[in-house]
Design a binder for this molecule. Structure first.
Ligand SMILES: C[S@@+](CC[C@H](N)C(=O)[O-])C[C@H]1O[C@@H](n2cnc3c(N)ncnc32)[C@H](O)[C@@H]1O
Length: 279
């Protein structure tokens, strides 16, 4: 026995991951077909190499995550999330694929540094990977408020925060994100950077609360995860899931709102960056 805990393989949850898996299946198939034209076989093999090589190359060229983040990613990957839900340990069906991870964590961390944010709001914390990544870039007197509805996920996150020198900058708000946002707005809180990553069907409601109150600081930025929703937003509308339709509507809402400017980055499952426009 090696003593190493096996890490379950994560299923692909990004357009690139799904594309790579489909190309891999096509490559297996065509390589057993000597009758196919060599150019077709070559093109499909090259397409697979292009797709499969991108994420590992991004990993290779991006600053390594801290030991605390690596340990948290490992802990999240080895939790029995399916059993936790059926046994009632979690109140929501959670899965390891929800964790943003190394590249997105480093991007969010970079945004905190670039914007010189001192107060960050995260809507949807899960086990705390993105919260801790952003907290690592905050100044010593910075604050990150993280909203999470699941007590077990919050417990895993809190344990990781206590093991990190940057964990003390994080305040967890347990409960429904919408209720927490109203409470924060009523108490006059304001944030330089907001990361939206909770219930996809509530994204538009989060967006409106942030813009209609002072929760988003006048020069603040909003980062929104999963705005490509595994490609569903640009694939035929009749094949969309409920979440896919919710994100497609959210993207339209943002695009039509004259109070903001935005860009959708094709990073992982899509990351939209939004800024309030000053007339
Ligand atoms: C995709 S995960 C967040 C991943 C995390 N940001 C990260 O990068 O590791 C979404 C989280 O939002 C939480 N969530 C979903 N709906 C929520 C709600 N209405 N209020 C608060 N949290 C919610 C889920 O329990 C889950 O932990």
């Amino acid at each position: 026995m090696s003593g190493v805990i096996a890490k379950p393989i994560a299923r692909p949850v990004t357009p690139l991951g799904i594309l790579t898996k489909k190309l891999e299946a096509a490559v297996k198939e065509i390589n057993q077909r000597p009758d196919l034209p060599a150019e077709l076989v070559n093109n499909i093999n090259q397409a697979w190499c292009l797709a499969a090589g991108l994420d590992p190359y991004l990993e290779e060229c991006t600053t390594q995550e801290s030991a605390a983040l690596a340990a948290l990613a490992q802990k999240t990957a080895t939790e029995a999330w399916g059993e936790h839900f059926t046994e009632g340990t979690t109140v929501r069906p959670l899965e390891q694929e929800m964790l943003s991870g190394h590249i997105e964590g480093q991007i969010l961390k970079m945004f905190v540094r670039m914007t010189k944010a001192k107060k960050v709001l995260e809507i949807g914390m899960f086990t705390g990977y993105s919260a801790l990544a952003m907290a690592e870039a905050l100044p010593a007197d910075g604050l990150l408020v993280a909203c999470e509805v699941d007590p077990y996920a919050a417990e895993v996150a809190q344990a990781a925060f206590e093991r990190s020198p940057d964990g003390a900058k994080i305040r967890v708000e347990l409960g429904s994100a919408l209720e927490t946002l109203h409470k924060l707005a009523e108490s006059g809180e304001s944030f330089d950077l907001v990361f939206i990553d909770a219930d996809k069907r509530e994204y538009t409601a989060y967006f409106y609360i942030l813009l209609n109150t002072n929760l988003l600081a006048p020069d603040g930025f909003i980062c929104v995860d999963n705005t490509l929703l595994q490609g569903e937003v640009y694939l035929p509308a009749q094949e969309r899931t409920v979440n896919g339709e919710a994100i497609a509507q959210f993207n339209r809402t943002v695009a039509l709102d004259p109070r903001v400017e935005q860009v959708l980055l094709p990073l992982r499952d899509g990351l939209t960056i939004i800024r309030r426009v000053h007339p």
